[in-house]
Write a protein that binds this ligand. Structure first.
Ligand code: C2E
Ligand code: CA
Ligand code: CA
Ligand code: CA
Length: 281
């Protein structure tokens, strides 16, 4: 047993070592990767829960790594946050998302797609001049502010509230909309929500996962949807994977949804065909 324990410990040490070396290697190449244009964006449709028609898309970054292939954000976003590389990466994501949306719009000005939703990390949001960066990006892309929805986290709004609130108001004054991502996983009290300068709540997937099996989770989602409606906020339910979840959300009156049931994140060229699918009456 002692020998087995030692073998396990050595394997653990060696795994730990490999993980550290990997992190270090990724960290170094992360900074170079932006210059080398190794990042790409996929887009996941956001749909009307009732008709399933696509109304918007969320841009999701991937790293086309020369040796390791296409990497999901899970492999590098945290590292990018820690190292500060997220500021440059986030700026690129914003510009590229707007450029892509403007290109879709130019090829079909009548298209049903109304907006692109862009994730903004706390560190990126808090950097001085973020509001100017957004308005410059809109101008450079020839994009209208209403085409842009910025997704921020609950914790950002709760921490250093004052500067963040000022900036949120400035962004909304530009005509840009704001969403709280992963809503429900943070600590925002519901009374606070009334005053928050935001437009959209994205209900976290963890709530949607249990919506059929757990009466409590169902009641919670129902309450969020009702509250949002009364506060003139829009709601997007995240991570809808099956038809029964969709039906339940429709019954609750949840207006918008996103999830594998409708579409996984796809490449830009795959979006226009999704817009012409027949709308269920
Ligand atoms: P998120 O913002 O909550 O994005 C939703 C994630 O859930 C995406 O994972 C999406 O592919 C996944 N998803 C959507 N529908 C379903 C479903 O029905 N089932 C399951 N199992 N998953 C679903 P992804 O693309 O791996 O992104 C993970 C996270 O990385 C994002 O979570 C976001 O926090 C972060 N991220 C992605 N792109 C960016 C970016 O450009 N900037 C920043 N700051 N963060 C990003
Ligand atoms: Ca998001
Ligand atoms: Ca989310
Ligand atoms: Ca999430």
């Amino acid at each position: 047993a002692k020998g087995a324990g030692k073998a396990t410990w050595q394997r653990y040490r060696s795994d730990l070592h490999t993980a550290m070396v990997e992190r270090l290697a990724l960290r170094t190449s992360l900074l170079e990767a932006i210059d080398a244009q190794q990042f790409v964006l996929q887009y996941q449709p956001i749909v009307n829960v009732r008709t399933q028609a696509v109304v918007g898309v969320e841009s999701l970054v991937r790293w086309q790594h020369p040796e390791r292939g296409l990497l999901a954000p899970y492999h590098f976003i945290e590292l990018a946050e820690e190292s500060g590389a997220i500021v440059g990466l986030g700026a690129w994501v914003l510009r590229e998302s707007l450029r892509q949306f403007a290109a879709w719009h130019a090829s079909d000005p009548e298209m049903a797609l109304r907006y692109v939703s862009v994730n903004v990390s706390a560190r990126q949001f808090r950097q001085p001049g973020f509001v100017d960066q957004v308005s410059q990006a809109l101008e450079d892309a020839g994009a209208r502010p209403e085409w842009l929805l910025l997704e921020i986290t609950e914790s950002l709004v709760l921490r250093d509230a004052e500067q963040v609130w000022t900036d949120l108001k400035a962004l909304r004054a530009l005509g840009v909309r704001i969403a709280i991502d992963d809503f429900g996983t943070g600590y925002s009290s519901l009374s606070y929500l009334r005053q928050l300068p935001v437009d959209v709540l994205k209900i976290d997937k963890s709530f949607i996962d249990d919506i059929l099996d757990s009466k409590q989770q169902r009641a919670l989602v129902d309450a969020i949807v009702t509250l949002a409606r009364n506060l003139d906020l829009t709601v997007v339910a995240e991570g809808i994977e099956d038809a029964a979840q969709r039906a339940m959300l429709e019954r609750m009156g949840c207006p918008y949804g996103q999830g594998y049931l409708f579409s996984k994140p796809v490449w830009p060229a795959e979006i226009p065909p999704l817009l012409i699918l027949a709308v269920v009456p």
